[in-house]
Design a protein around this ligand. Sequence first.
Ligand code: HEC
Length: 224
Amino acid sequence: MRSWGLVVRTIIIWSLLLVVGTLVFIYSGRYDIGADVHHTRLVAQLIGALRDHSIDTRITGIAVPDLNDPERIAAGAEHYDAMCTGCHLAPGMTNTELREGLYPRPPNLTRFSPEPRTAFWVIKHGIKMSGMPAWGLTHDDEKIWAMVAFLQKLPDLTPAQYRALVPEQGGGRHDVHEHDDQHVPGKVLGGDGSVPVTSVPAPAARDPDAHEHATPAPEHAHHE
Ligand code: HEC
């Protein structure tokens, strides 16, 4: 009886110490939140396990549509090129400054095809504190499945095959959501398609308005 009391008291004291220690650590500022300082192996493994189990319990019951449908794949290629290459690369691209600076480093999706249901869930919901956005807030399930279908083919594509699938440069008006369903091919906006994919700026660098206002806004005129 007495020894049980001792065990319980010891557990309570150690738990309190752990909580106080954690709070002191957090509020002391000792932890370096910078993305250029990587996790220790143990912390990386714990976060990886947290992510994998979280996703695994959430993908059960997701029904996968036909991922070989050519129209779906082509639609996915267009979305991927407009929104994802800055972080996940395209055939012929080696790296981007955006990707270089991100931690965790976004996986190179030209190297492997992610498991379809996992990919669907991750694209739709994103991953906290990783830079992977939740595209489901702005894209319906069909568009997300289109990207999943395209990702199954991406590792097999040469740079030329990739360019043949995506709209030519200048067609990246993807962020203009009023026009979400009618991506204008680059041709219309003056792209000639000769620009290699590697020089296509990261999605964030594209200004969807750049082609739409022929004259600069008056307040900018005096800067020149
Ligand atoms: C700002 C950078 C960024 C952008 C843009 C981005 N991602 Fe990600 N993505 C990440 C990061 C970082 C991870 C890894 C997260 C982790 O594992 O903790 C990731 C993970 C993924 C995964 C999981 C891969 C696996 O290992 O199974 C898929 C699939 C994916 N992204 C698809 C996309 C698609 C499709 C787009 C475009 C619609 C996109 N991502 C745009 C940063 C990005």
